[in-house]
Each structure stands twice: as structure tokens, then as C-alpha cells.
Design a protein around this ligand. Structure first.
Ligand SMILES: [Zn+2]
Length: 490
């Protein structure tokens, strides 16, 4: 087979001779290793593995073979607005989406965003993406979101949410419940509930947590977000018995020791979106904190309204943020950091195993016989950045980018090959997104559209509560932190 031919479906596939980051429990690295895929599973990993008759081969020499990456928090519906909010703060994001224009999105706009985002994930080697879908104002919107995900051969989890209504309201809607029950039993698309806990002492979110419990699905929640959520939400969730290992705490940036201990004690995980936290203002990326408490970490990109949709960027920004804080904290005391705590190997683990752990999917996240064949080959023979390959973890974390992703397999199916997506109708995806942009621009008017890239603040209440479905207000979400990095010990 020449490299120009895309492997055909239904035959065993061997990635031959690559540097293999297995991400198994021992983080075994093979040089000149083979990975054999049969049907939807990894059949063998090793040196010069025996292959069944009819096996097709991909030459992985000079490349890195690793598990498909997993993004645990991405607002895919917002991708139709790519780069629109590049200069926003979190407050401006709340004004644009929560207060003013989020309700403008029609089902077909959700569909267009999800479709683009889903292909964007695959192109970057992100084989599993959690669609943190909080624009689902109706079941029609939800159907559109799922239809788009089904149209793309990746692995997706729909985290169902709706910023236009209280979680106790939309989870009580019989039509939403029927949709959720159908999706819970779906073997293709996973399900979570997505909502935030405001800290209102009456804990109105209880009803939504009860629905998640009845359905047997996890809750993903923006926790520890400056001006929105803080320790109160974590404490209420814990005191009411709703903190479970399935829960994912997104950002977790402005929490204190008390919350980290509750998360650690109940087995939940934290989804760190460093690129987001660094520029929107949720708080400092908390990797240094969660490490102290042994809380499992996964990585996420949040939204392409601002940021990139690939986990290479997530890995390098996370290393940068963690190391920058460590150096600066040391300098305050006249100390020098001589050895970095957070290493390239750790962030590669978080981008793969970490996501699988967060989603309770022990069949994903590593290259081992019997696991699902979600596999990425990073190889770009025409790039001077592809050599020398001395430190593969460092190469993935700081050198590689989405264009270097040569091959992507999801469930054993080739979805990217020879650095090109397979089976995508990109002109159709582009037309769908352009139709959404035209609709939004037309609905808002040119002035509001242009102004929306740097929106004014129409109401001051956004500072104490961005959630328009509740009257609850608390200044405590923006109480002075005391230290720059908010170290709860200081
Ligand atoms: Zn988010």
C-alpha cells in the first residue's frame, strides 16, 4: 500500500515502527513499536507483532503513536462564532451569551457549531469530546446538537444544559426527561448533565442533581469561577450528598482548601482549561492545588469563541501556567526552583488517561490490548519540527501541533489519514457555519455585531450573578483573595 491510499474499513490495521506512548499504568514507551488494531479494539502492542493475513500497514517510523486525546469540557455550539470573542473577559462573555444573545441561537445554529467543532476535534487528534452544551433552549436544540455529533465519526458525550432556564426547571420538563432517557440508553453518544451551582442556600439545584442520580449520569459544573461560583456551591453539593466520582468540576480555580478536600474525598475530578482561565479571568489554573490534594485532572479547551480547539495548546499552556506560578512563588521568598514539579509526561497523561478517568471509561486513554482503538499518529515528514525525536513527551507537549497529526482512529475507524480528514464534506460544514454567522449578524444588526466583540455592560447585576434564571446574588464570589494565586494556605 502506498501512503496515498487511505486504509479501507473492515481489515486489520498495523501502525508500524513508531515511538509508542502506551500511557499504560507504567507509562511504557516503546521505540520502533507496533500497534495492531482489529475491528474496534487494540489487538496487540509491542515490537514486531504478528499480524493476521490481510493486515494493512501504516508506516509510523519517525512518528509518535499515542492514545486519542480526550477533552472534558467544550462548548461546541459556540464554534460558529470562532475567534469572535478573542479579546473578551469572562464578564463580557456573560453579557453576550447569558444576558443578550445566547437565546438568539436556533437549532440549526447549534447544529452548525457542533458539526464544525466535532471535525475540529478529530483533526487535532481529540477522539473524545464532551460537548458542554448549555445552549439547549428546547428539545429541538438538543436534537440538533446530537444530530451533528452523530454525523461525525468521533466519540462524544452530550453534557445537556440550558443557560436560559434554571436547572431545576429544564430537568423537570417531561420532553427533556424523555430525551435524556433516550440518550442515556444510546450506545454511541454519552450523557452528562451540565449546570452550575450558584451557592443559593436554598439549593434549588437539588432537583437537577436528583434527575442525574435517577438517570445514573454524572454532573459537570463550572466550579470556582470568579464572579459566578465558589466554595458555597461545592459545600452545598457535598452536604446534600450529590458529590460523586462521576462529577467533573470545571476550572475549580477560585476554591479554597475546604472545597479541594471535599472533591478529593468524594472522588470527583477537575477539568482544567488553562487557556481559558488565563485570559477570561475564572482564576489561576489550579493544577498546583489539585496536585496537593491528589485530585484527578483532565484537560479542556472550553470554547473556540476565544481559544484553540486542540489539546496540544492545552498541554503547553498548562505546563507554562503551573511552572510560572512555581517560579514566581519561589522568587517572592528569594528561592530558586531547580526542578519543575509538573512535567511533560504529566500533561500527556492528563490529556489521555486523565480524560478517560474523568469519564469513567477504563476502555479509553491508553494503548493496551483489549482497549478501544482510539489512536493518534503524530508524524509530519515534511516538517523540520518532526526531528530529532529525543523526548517524546516533550515533543507532544511543546513541539507538535494539529497539522502534525497524521492519522487518527476512532473505534478502529480511520478518520484522519496522511494529515487530512477522511470523509468530511468541508464545504458543506463551511456553508452551515456561514449561514449561522449571516443569521446572527442580520438579527443583531451590524452595529451590535461589531460592538459585541467588545461589549459594554448593560446591567451591573452580572457582577454578582451571571445566571439570569435566578434572583440569587452574592458578592462572595468576588471577595478579595488575599494573595495573587489565592493559595488557601496563606
Ligand atoms: Zn465552560
Amino acid at each position: 500500500m502506498t501512503t496515498a491510499e487511505t486504509p479501507v474499513a473492515g481489515r486489520p490495521l498495523l501502525l508500524r515502527g513508531g515511538t509508542v506512548l502506551t500511557m499504560d499504568d507504567n507509562h511504557t514507551v516503546l521505540t520502533e513499536g507496533d500497534v495492531l488494531v482489529v475491528d474496534d479494539r487494540i489487538a496487540a502492542v509491542g515490537a514486531a507483532v504478528d499480524v493476521p493475513e490481510g493486515t494493512q500497514e501504516i508506516d509510523a517510523r519517525g512518528g509518535i503513536v499515542m492514545p486519542g486525546m480526550i477533552d472534558t469540557h467544550r462548548h461546541m455550539w459556540q464554534t460558529a462564532m470562532r475567534a469572535y470573542g478573542a479579546d473578551w473577559t469572562l464578564t463580557q462573555y456573560f453579557v453576550w451569551y447569558y444576558l443578550e444573545h445566547g437565546k438568539t441561537f436556533r437549532p440549526e445554529d447549534i447544529h452548525a457549531g457542533n458539526l464544525t467543532s466535532a471535525w475540529e476535534s478529530l483533526e487535532a487528534g481529540v477522539t473524545t469530546t464532551v460537548d458542554w452544551s448549555h445552549g439547549l433552549q428546547s428539545v429541538d436544540h438538543a436534537e440538533a446538537a446530537v444530530d451533528a455529533l452523530r454525523a461525525v465519526p468521533g466519540r462524544f458525550v452530550l453534557a445537556y444544559g440550558n443557560i436560559q432556564a434554571g436547572p431545576w426547571e429544564w430537568t423537570a420538563d417531561p420532553a427533556v426527561r424523555a430525551f435524556l432517557e433516550r440518550l442515556r440508553d444510546d450506545d454511541q453518544i454519552g450523557l452528562q448533565l451540565a449546570f452550575d451551582v450558584t451557592g443559593d442556600p436554598s439549593f434549588p439545584e437539588r432537583a437537577a442533581f436528583e434527575v442525574a442520580r435517577e438517570l445514573g449520569v454524572g454532573v459537570t459544573t463550572h466550579a470556582g469561577v470568579w464572579g459566578a461560583t465558589n466554595d458555597d456551591g461545592i459545600r452545598l453539593t457535598h452536604e446534600n450528598g450529590f458529590m460523586t466520582p462521576q462529577n467533573i468540576y470545571v476550572h475549580a480555580a477560585t476554591l479554597t482548601e475546604d472545597s479541594y478536600q471535599r472533591i478529593a474525598a468524594t472522588g470527583g475530578s477537575v477539568s482544567v482549561a488553562t487557556e481559558s482561565e488565563q485570559s477570561a479571568g475564572q482564576g489561576y489554573p489550579p493544577t498546583w492545588q489539585v496536585r496537593k490534594y491528589g485530585i484527578p485532572v483532565s484537560l479542556s479547551m472550553d470554547t473556540s469563541v476565544w481559544w484553540s480547539g486542540d489539546l496540544f495548546t492545552a498541554m503547553r499552556t498548562t505546563l507554562g501556567a503551573d511552572r510560572a506560578r512555581e517560579h514566581l512563588e519561589a522568587h517572592v521568598k528569594g528561592d530558586t526552583v531547580t526542578h519543575s514539579h509538573l512535567r511533560a509526561e504529566h500533561v500527556v497523561d492528563w490529556a489521555t488517561r486523565g480524560g478517560a478517568r474523568a469519564l469513567g471509561r477504563d476502555d479509553l486513554g491508553s494503548l493496551e490490548p483489549g482497549k478501544k482503538a482510539d489512536v493518534v499518529l503524530i508524524k509530519n515528514d515534511s516538517s523540520p519540527v518532526s526531528f530529532p525525536l529525543i523526548n517524546p513527551y516533550g515533543h507532544v507537549a511543546f513541539q507538535a501541533q494539529r497539522g502534525d497529526v497524521h492519522t487518527v482512529l476512532v473505534d478502529g475507524r480511520v478518520v484522519k489519514y496522511a494529515n487530512q480528514l477522511v470523509g468530511v464534506d468541508l464545504p458543506a460544514v463551511r456553508r452551515a457555519v456561514e449561514a449561522t454567522v449571516d443569521f446572527l449578524r442580520g438579527t443583531l444588526g451590524d452595529e451590535a455585531w461589531a460592538g459585541g466583540m467588545n461589549p459594554d455592560l448593560p446591567k451591573d447585576e452580572v457582577f454578582d450573578n451571571p445566571y439570569q434564571y435566578t434572583e440569587y446574588k452574592s458578592e462572595s464570589t468576588r471577595e478579595a483573595r488575599g494573595t495573587i494565586f489565592g493559595d488557601p494556605g496563606s
